[in-house]
Design a protein around this ligand. Structure first.
Ligand SMILES: [Fe+2]
Ligand SMILES: [Fe+2]
Length: 297
């Protein structure tokens, strides 16, 4: 792309020690935050409740997968970079905390953790088979991006106070996990040969297209709760994913232009930074959760 995004500190330029110190600070305060589930959550009709339970079940599965992958990667990375392994461990713990919150929240909705649906199961089965570290981290990075985007859009539409609190926590933390995963990917790619980067470009294009198709599966299940249409969601995924990689040129992954054009996304739409913090003050203040301002889409 001809334009260079107006960024000072990119996620990929922060040292591992910064991420470690930041995650340690966050870990120290993690358990101080509690969901306020005193008020019963009133839904318009049973369908809205059913959709809310679906929505937060999908979130639960994402946390579960994130936790497992992060801790498995930590074991592997520990052989060559113990500091980065510690960062992965703490990152996995944050996902574990989200998983606990979501389980409690599902209970408050009158729901529970359900077995995965066909599409979700197939997606995670493919993901679990990925062996190369760069594939796992890229998938995670893109998944964090679409997660943060979904939560942020939902926050702009959902009015239940307790659901808004849950969505705010998830939006804030997954937005922080995006630049963190950029850091993981950068560190891993540094150690991999050129051909690994070429292969990753193919994986990236495939993932990009697949993730934009996810709303076809999620909308019938969750739209009655989050009020996001399929087109809005696919477009938002495309725009946020495209901005992220445009603003992190060192990863060498450029979004599929033809697909963006189909969705009406122009080059100038990519000039703005992605909503998930990729650098500068946003990542800095993320160390102290209560200082983070979470904006809805
Ligand atoms: Fe999470
Ligand atoms: Fe996350």
């Amino acid at each position: 792309m001809a334009h260079r995004p107006p960024f000072v500190a990119r996620a990929s330029t922060r040292p591992t020690s910064w991420w470690l110190a930041t995650l340690k600070k966050r870990a120290g305060r993690m358990r101080e935050e509690h969901l306020d589930l005193g008020e019963p959550i009133a839904f318009v009709d049973p369908r809205e409740r059913w959709a809310a339970i679906n929505f937060f079940n999908a979130a639960f599965r994402a946390e579960e997968s994130g936790l497992r992958q992060a801790h498995e990667l930590a074991d592997e990375v520990g052989r060559w970079d113990p500091e980065l392994a510690e960062v992965l461990e703490l990152y996995g713990n944050e996902e574990g905390w989200h998983r606990e919150l979501l389980e409690a929240f599902l209970g408050a909705l009158g729901g529970e953790v359900r077995p995965m649906g066909k599409v979700t199961r197939a997606f995670y089965a493919i993901y679990a088979r990925a062996k190369r570290m760069e594939t796992i981290v890229l998938t995670n990075l893109m998944f964090e991006t679409i997660g943060a985007t979904t939560y942020r859009l939902a926050l702009g539409r959902v009015e239940h106070a307790a659901a808004r609190q849950m969505l705010t926590i998830l939006t804030r933390d997954e937005s922080f996990h995006v630049p963190l995963n950029v850091h993981f990917l950068s560190r891993i790619l540094e150690r991999r040969p050129q051909r690994a980067r070429r292969r990753l470009k193919l994986v990236y294009q495939l993932l990009f297209v697949s993730l934009l198709a996810l709303p076809f599966a999620s909308r019938p299940k969750a739209q009655a709760f989050d009020k996001i249409t399929r087109r809005e969601l696919s477009r938002a995924y495309a725009e946020q994913l495209a901005r992220l990689f445009t603003h992190e040129p060192s990863l060498g992954l450029s979004p599929p232009r033809a697909l963006l054009a189909l969705l009406g996304i122009r080059d100038e739409d990519l000039l703005e930074p992605p909503l998930a913090a990729t650098g500068g003050d946003a990542a800095e203040s993320a160390a102290v959760r209560e200082q983070v301002e979470v904006h809805a889409l």
